[in-house]
Design a protein around this ligand. Structure first.
Ligand code: ASP
Length: 437
């Protein structure tokens, strides 16, 4: 009775929403309710994702300005920035190396049936073309283009597209730094303004999160129907052929979550990994359901501050940056996918080719947008760097979405791991908060 009276924890609500969504999706496929689900259930998932995206830009601006303007001294900022970026890159390189290690052991491409390769290439030819042309645009850029892209020429333009998150971060940092550099009396009221605005945005996130269990229900129900298409048996056979490849990616992701991150948290922060994991489960579930680190960002930031005890100064800077550039799951997946395709095509990639993969997968994951499927678009760049035919991505299209959901979980966990690390090194972590929860 007491149990019933007690409010159900947030992660249970999301889990129940997810389970019911999957169940409803399966029933839909079985009883052919496709039209009903696609017309009347799936749109609620889109509404939920839109709500999350809607709050992302205001959250970054307000929270970053509020956080930075509280700094005593801006020299801290460049130190934290450098540390954050180095750690993000280091964990990405570790993730790619883990991916390469696992794929060299399992060699999934060696058991992939050749006739399936031909079948898949015909089936997904159109989608491959679309990916190739998006990646081509990235590849055509000059080496310093990414710096040019970070500095916007019009902030209103940047704010109008969630893909321009780095530009919004840049503007907010500049704004915050300018506030710190000015005498206190000139910024007092502005500081108050951003501080209360921050409370309002956080409350808005709370309100949006009330809808999360229903949102994930609709997202997963819609996803199952989309994936099953008209012929569920067909999709089962696709999954079976790609079983070992998917398993390889999953083993790699599990090593990151259960070996690499625990070591980092255990040795470089005062938190226990079990506590850390328990606090971030809702973030992981949301990342899984939305397949987007950007859409998950509002909850990631709220969890960092309220459940892990990370200061707003650190969370507001390190997390949005991580959502955009730190994708350990994506980089691991890109390395495994590249090796898998090389094996299917009978190419032996030696040490230097694999080192090229480490480099390009690290860069490609940094360049991947924090949205569903972005990692696969950037895979084209990794493939071309070592001469693997890019049409090969047709082979792995069928299982991209489930793997995307899983790699996004690793992406957000990696962001939170490094943020915890940075916060703890900077004395910005109140670990009594995590221990209390
Ligand atoms: N969906 C991933 C993310 O948002 C990116 C990707 O790997 O496709 O983190």
């Amino acid at each position: 009775m007491n149990m019933l009276k007690k409010k159900l924890a947030f992660h249970w609500k999301i889990l129940i929403g997810m389970a019911l969504g999957v169940l409803f999706g399966l029933l839909t496929v079985y009883f052919q309710w496709n039209e009903f689900t696609l017309f009347y259930i799936k749109p609620w998932g889109t509404v939920f994702i839109n709500l999350l995206k809607l709050i992302a830009v205001p959250l970054i601006i307000v929270s970053l300005i509020d956080g930075v303007s509280n700094l005593k001294d801006v020299s801290n900022l460049s130190r934290i920035g450098l540390k954050t970026i180095s750690l993000y890159i280091l964990t990405t390189i570790i993730a790619v190396s883990v991916g390469l290690m696992v794929v060299n052991l399992t060699r999934p491409g060696k058991v992939f049936p050749q006739e399936k390769a031909i079948e898949f290439q015909q089936k997904f030819a159109e989608s491959v073309k679309a990916n190739e042309s998006s990646a081509q645009q990235m590849q055509d850029a000059t080496p310093l283009q990414f710096i040019v892209d970070i500095v916007p020429s019009n902030i209103v333009d940047s704010m109008s597209d969630n893909a321009n998150m780095l530009q919004v971060i840049f503007f907010s940092l500049l704004f915050g730094v300018a506030m710190v550099l000015l005498p206190k009396r000139q910024t007092k009221s502005l500081k108050k303004f951003f501080n209360s605005l921050n409370f309002v945005v956080l409350k808005m996130i709370d309100l949006i999160m009330l809808t999360a269990p229903y949102g994930v229900f609709a997202l997963l129900a819609g996803l199952i129907v989309d994936m099953a298409g008209d012929n569920p048996a067909d999709s089962i056979s696709l999954f079976a052929a790609l079983g070992l490849y998917s398993l390889t990616v999953i083993i790699g992701l599990l090593i990151i979550i259960f070996v690499v991150y625990p070591i980092i948290i255990r040795f470089f922060s005062p938190l226990r990994y079990a506590k850390f994991m328990r606090a971030i489960v809702p973030v992981q579930l949301l990342a899984f359901s939305t397949s987007s680190s950007a859409a998950t960002l509002p909850l990631t930031m709220e969890t960092a501050e309220e459940k892990l005890g990370i200061s707003n100064e650190t969370a507001s800077f390190v997390l949005p940056l991580g959502a955009t550039i730190n994708m350990d799951g994506t980089s691991l997946y890109q390395a495994v996918a590249a090796m898998f395709l090389a094996q299917v095509y009978g190419m032996e990639l030696g040490l230097s080719a694999q080192l090229t993969i480490v480099l390009t997968a690290t860069l490609a994951s940094i360049g991947s947008a924090a949205v569903p499927g972005a990692g696969m678009v950037m895979l084209v760049i990794v493939l071309s760097s070592v001469g693997i035919p890019t049409e090969g991505i047709a082979l792995i299209f069928a299982v991209d979405r489930p793997l995307d959901m899983l790699r996004t979980v690793v992406n957000v966990t990696g962001d939170l791991t490094i943020t915890t690390l940075v916060a703890s090194g900077e004395n910005q972590l109140d670990f009594s908060v995590a221990n209390r929860n």
